[in-house]
Design a protein around this ligand. Structure first.
Ligand SMILES: [Zn+2]
Length: 190
């Protein structure tokens, strides 16, 4: 059957309508019901870590962590804060030369809290990925190794090159734990 003018016009109308609706996507991409511009898993878990950091009462450094397993399930989240029972409302959130009055003596870091908050079997942590807004300190690096974490994904590495940072990286390197930095769009950062 030849292409009549009416059929041709009908085809053109359908094609231009599809272009308007789907912006020139191929027929396969334009399957109804599926969004193509979803955020990646990396971005999703890092956004969860950022959300956790927003719970931190620390006036200077807010850090969040999210642990996800290989099936993209969130195992745990944490942020830097005081131990349970040590009220973070009355807590002196300043640094001091006196360790008794220095917040650093009391605060548990985000990654450590994420591990400690987990109520399932630690076996689940084996090979899991931790998303952290700040590169782990040397103490957390060791804790992550012992928990069986397989990969560290971080946003910021503001202590890059300091002794503690070098130790943290040496620990991760020697224990075969990968680490990589990701960047998020500015709109995801707040
Ligand atoms: Zn730490």
């Amino acid at each position: 059957m030849g292409l009549t003018l009416a059929n041709y016009l009908r085809f053109e109308w359908a094609r231009s309508t599809m272009m308007i609706l789907f912006g020139g996507l191929s027929e396969e991409d334009a399957m109804p019901g599926k969004r193509a511009d979803v955020i990646s898993w990396d971005e999703f878990f890092m956004r969860v870590a950022i959300a956790a950091s927003m719970r931190s009462k620390d006036p200077n450094t807010q850090v969040g962590a999210c642990i996800a397993d290989g099936d993209h399930r969130i195992l745990s989240v944490g942020y830097n804060g005081t131990p349970m029972g040590l009220g973070d409302d009355e807590f002196p959130w300043g640094a001091s030369d006196d360790p008794l009055h220095d917040k650093h003596s009391y605060v548990i870091h985000a990654e450590a809290n994420a591990i400690l908050n987990y109520r399932g079997s630690l076996k689940d942590m084996s090979g899991a990925t931790v998303y952290v807004t700040l590169f782990p300190c040397q103490e957390c690096a060791k804790t992550l190794v012992q928990a069986g974490i397989g990969e560290v994904v971080y946003l910021d590495d503001k202590y890059d090159g300091t002794i503690g940072n070098q130790i943290a990286k040496a620990v991760l390197d020697r224990c075969g734990i990968k680490y990589r930095k990701i960047d998020l769009p500015e709109s995801a950062m707040h």
